[in-house]
Write a protein that binds this ligand. Structure first.
Ligand code: ATP
Ligand code: MG
Length: 247
């Protein structure tokens, strides 16, 4: 079988369940409800890329300020300012103020220039709302532009992690979105209820051409970011739920 050298996310446990990582220069979608850890996963993709693999990355934030992102990073124990100084991490803030500005940001020329300047290998766009904002009344153009953007990222030789919001509560009744069919891979972050509490879970929805795990895994967020617990099943899905509540 043909050997692929995967781009490791660096996120503990995630590369293992993805059977190696992300296919180089492909596009990956991280999706989930509010507060499920999407931005942290995106940030960690760039930060671990820098720390563990010495790969420069760019994080484009649309809904939050660059300082917010730096604050979250520091709270998770990452010295993001130092990585920025070294040019290994670049945070770009794109407040959605007016359409013309947004158009100039997602222009391929702008991204190409950034990638060249920083020798970036990883790009995170947080979030796809940017495209919704630009083409809200025209779903066909939105889809076309998204596909064009993804193709261009591939051409310029970066691996793209895109973040999108999901308006769904459970994992059994997930309504898939238009974008799920466009990306090479999709990971879904969720929170499952265990009696009077929630636990964080994730699963790989798809990863084209790769035999990924089909299981649902619990994960935690803390010092160092996200850790996927690969040797456990979520308590919400096992008979161990009573035990969990007592902890
Ligand atoms: N330093 C930390 N230690 C532990 N947990 C944290 C820490 N920082 C954030 N969290 C948890 O992560 C959640 C936020 O994660 P994140 O911002 O990645 O979510 P998100 O899915 O991007 O949310 P949104 O849809 O609002 O953008 C918080 O609600 C909190 O539960
Ligand atoms: Mg977020």
């Amino acid at each position: 079988m043909e050997e692929t050298k995967f781009v490791k996310t660096g996120i503990d446990g995630l590369d293992e369940i993805m059977r190696g990582g992300i296919v180089p220069n492909s596009s990956f979608l991280v999706t989930g409800g509010p507060g499920t850890g999407k931005s942290i996963m995106g940030l960690q993709f760039v930060i671990d890329g820098a720390l563990k693999f010495n790969e420069p990355g760019v994080y484009i934030t649309v809904e939050e300020s660059a300082d917010d992102i730096r604050y979250y990073a520091r709270r998770l124990g990452w010295n993001i300012e130092e990585l920025e100084r070294k040019g290994l991490v670049t945070i770009i803030e794109q407040q959605v103020l007016e359409r013309s500005m947004v158009k100039s940001l997602v222009s391929i020329e702008y991204i190409k220039q950034l990638v060249r300047e920083k020798s970036a290998k990883r790009i995170v766009l947080d979030s796809l709302t940017l495209f919704n904002f630009m083409y809200s009344n025209d779903t066909t153009t939105l889809r076309t532009e998204l596909i064009r953007f993804i193709k261009n990222m591939r051409t310029i030789g970066v691996t793209l992690l895109m973040i999108s919001d999901r308006y769904s509560t459970g994992i059994d009744d997930i309504a898939y979105a238009e974008e799920d069919f466009i990306f090479h891979g999709v990971v879904l972050l969720s929170k499952l209820r265990v009696q009077a509490s929630y636990e964080r879970c994730l699963h790989i929805v798809k990863q084209r051409g790769v035999d990924h795990s089909m299981k649902i895994y619990p994960f935690k967020i803390g010092e160092g970011g996200i850790t996927v617990i690969t040797d456990a099943t979520p308590f919400a899905l096992t008979s161990g739920r009573d035990q969990r509540i007592k902890e």
